[in-house]
Design a protein around this ligand. Structure first.
Ligand code: SF4
Length: 212
């Protein structure tokens, strides 16, 4: 069993998950988590007022793709690949009047990247696959789309956004990553490249045999 966000950072985290290694929470990581929590709390507060003005969707609403729908931080999704069960809770999902479902994720950064970071893409791809597997049949929609919003780490101002469709290419990218993750979890090493910069701030620290 694994949380969606775990394997996005580095697939070798699967090795630690399978052995129950206790992660080290460094001060800078704890601070980043605290900032992330504040952003989500602020978004929650802003959204609570909006949500209170909405009504609960009926089956007719769910099946009419021209009607907008909104879920907020309460959409749990899972992805089952026997014997692995991946669990996740999506920050923001909505169906817009264009008939598409949008899965959104907020991230903090010091500088806006030129394209989304691979681990963030992997996270939204997994959410899309989880959404498709868990809820898709209950709703009518045209396409499944993703959006990543990057916010300034200190001010939380929006620096930029990226988005796209969950298409065959993104699905194949996700499948390859999940296979690697599961191979490592089972104890084999697929010989993937490791980014030393990630190892420096990784919470598994020096206990990791794959560290560079
Ligand atoms: S220490 Fe490096 S190789 Fe090990 S899990 Fe962390 S990022 Fe991956």
């Amino acid at each position: 069993m694994a949380d969606f966000a775990e394997f996005g950072y580095c697939p070798y985290r699967a090795w630690h998950l399978s052995r129950g290694t206790t992660p080290v929470v460094r001060p800078e990581t704890a601070k980043a988590m605290e900032i992330g929590k504040t952003i989500h709390e602020n978004l929650d507060r802003g959204h609570a007022e909006k949500i209170s003005a909405l009504r609960k969707a009926t089956e007719t609403d769910r099946l009419d793709k021209s009607r907008p729908l909104e879920f907020y931080r309460n959409l749990r999704v899972h992805l089952y690949r026997r014997p692995f069960l991946y669990l996740g809770k999506i920050d923001n999902v909505c169906r817009k009047t264009d008939g598409n479902f949008y899965i959104a994720e907020d991230k903090t950064t010091r500088q806006l990247p030129s394209s989304p970071w691979p681990d963030h893409l992997l996270q939204v791809y997994t959410y899309c696959a989880g959404m498709a597997g868990t809820h898709w049949r209950r709703y009518s929609a045209k396409y499944l789309c993703w959006r990543i919003t990057y916010r300034d780490k200190i001010t939380t101002e929006i620096l930029g956004e990226f988005g796209g469709f969950y298409d065959t290419l993104s699905h194949d990218t996700l499948l390859t990553s999940l296979e690697n993750f599961e191979t490592i979890y089972r104890g084999d090493d697929p010989g993937l490249e490791v980014n030393p910069n990630k190892c420096i701030i990784c919470r598994y620290g020096t206990s990791c045999p794959f560290r560079k």
